[in-house]
Design a protein around this ligand. Structure first.
Ligand SMILES: *Cc1c(COP(=O)(O)O)cnc(C)c1O
Length: 371
């Protein structure tokens, strides 16, 4: 009997179990002191003045767009090669997503493509740190400043990653994290918005709590939502945050092991890390190309027969889905993203993998690539 090597696995220790139990015993389950403690720990970790806890990453993105003043009819430039939530949040705020193509080496927004999409209606750039590596914020910041745009960061996959030593989330005017079950740290469902701006933080707190000001209850200042995190989620996330650097270190060392074993294979391109970045390998994503049309899917199936899980993140760029068809961008509009969608495959890299697991993955990919 072979056990399955899964593509992701949450790590839940006695600390999380004890923390969740303590919340149940306390009788205080809705947002309170534990959410506040998590926010303080999170802003200290990221090096930002403020952190505002939200009940998931999608709601966090929606909140960040509201905090930045994005409104109906505004244009927000983002990547088509991301999880759907990034662009959905723009629609949720009544704004128009304007896609720009990605760089082929790191799968993140190509700043030159972003600059070419700016119009008088553009209000913000929403960059994504895909797979756990920061986008090019040096270039994006220059573009944002020159054109008076807000710069927002979808850091849902990159908790703990850095660029020139600065943590993701803090690389833009406002950053958003997810604590969904498959992320590097998690509490089942959860999110966090970080910023150095007091105005953004205060708008975010209002937005997550039915538009009520901090002056008082029933003082509704604007349309808001119920986007609050609860105490049990906060208590679990607080324990996870203490472990994040160790867990990321294990991911990095697993990634190095995989990269060393898979070097120079025909048709396989390994992840590339820019020198200013520290990558946290939410995913270890290779490209499978130059073999045959279906070679990526072939490798996926082959690994599955060996009980090795892998994942395609993402099989189709967002401009090709029905609810973005109103943008009138057919096949061929974003060639780099479209090529990536055909070629990417994420191999298991999570902290629970043993050296035997890693070697088993390496042997399987090697065998596939050489036959
Ligand atoms: C997970 C994720 C989200 C959404 O987070 P949820 O907590 O699942 O709502 C948004 N963007 C990216 C890039 C993600 O990976």
């Amino acid at each position: 009997m072979y056990s399955m090597i899964s593509v992701c696995k949450p790590i839940i220790g006695q600390e999380e179990i004890a923390a969740a139990t303590a919340v149940l015993q306390s009788g205080q389950l809705a947002q309170g002191a534990r959410v506040k403690a998590l926010e303080e720990a999170w802003s200290a970790y990221c090096g930002t003045h403020y952190a505002v806890a939200i009940n998931n990453g999608t709601a966090g993105l929606h909140t960040a767009l509201y905090a930045a003043g994005i409104d109906r009819g505004d244009e927000v430039i983002t990547t088509p090669f991301t999880f759907v939530a990034t662009a959905n949040a723009i629609l949720m705020q009544g704004a128009r997503p304007v896609f720009a193509d990605i760089s082929p080496d790191n799968f993140n927004l190509d700043p030159k493509e972003v600059e070419a999409k700016i119009t008088p209606k553009t209000k913000a750039i929403l960059a994504v740190d895909l797979y756990g590596q920061a986008a090019d914020y040096t270039a994006l910041k220059k573009i944002a400043e020159k054109n008076h745009l807000a710069l927002l960061e979808d850091a849902c996959q990159s908790i703990g990653a850095t660029q020139f030593g600065q943590k993701t989330g803090a690389l833009a005017d406002c950053g958003v994290f997810s604590l969904y079950a498959t992320k590097n740290i998690m509490c089942g469902e959860g999110g966090m918005v970080v910023t150095n701006s007091e105005e953004y933080a205060s708008r975010a707190r209002m937005f997550r709590n039915q538009g009520q000001s901090e002056v008082g209850r029933y003082d509704y200042q604007a349309l808001g939502y119920n986007y609050r995190l609860n105490e049990m989620q906060a208590a679990i996330a607080f324990e996870q945050l203490k472990k994040v650097d160790n867990l990321n270190e294990k991911r990095r060392s697993n990634a190095m092991h995989l990269a060393a074993g898979l070097v120079d294979l025909p048709g396989i391109t390994l992840p590339s890390i820019r020198k200013e970045n520290q990558h946290v390998f939410h995913q270890f994503t290779i490209r499978v190309s130059n073999l045959s049309e279906h070679s990526r899917d072939g490798l996926f199936e082959y690994l599955r027969t060996l009980n090795i899980g892998s994942g395609v993140y993402y099989p189709k760029p967002l401009h090709l889905y029905p609810h973005f068809a109103f943008l009138n961008q057919g096949i061929g509009t974003f060639p780099v993203a479209e090529q990536a969608a055909k070629e990417v495959l994420s191999l298991p890299v999570h902290p629970s993998l043993s050296t035997t697991d890693l070697d088993c993955i390496i042997d399987a990919v090697k065998k596939y690539a050489s036959t």
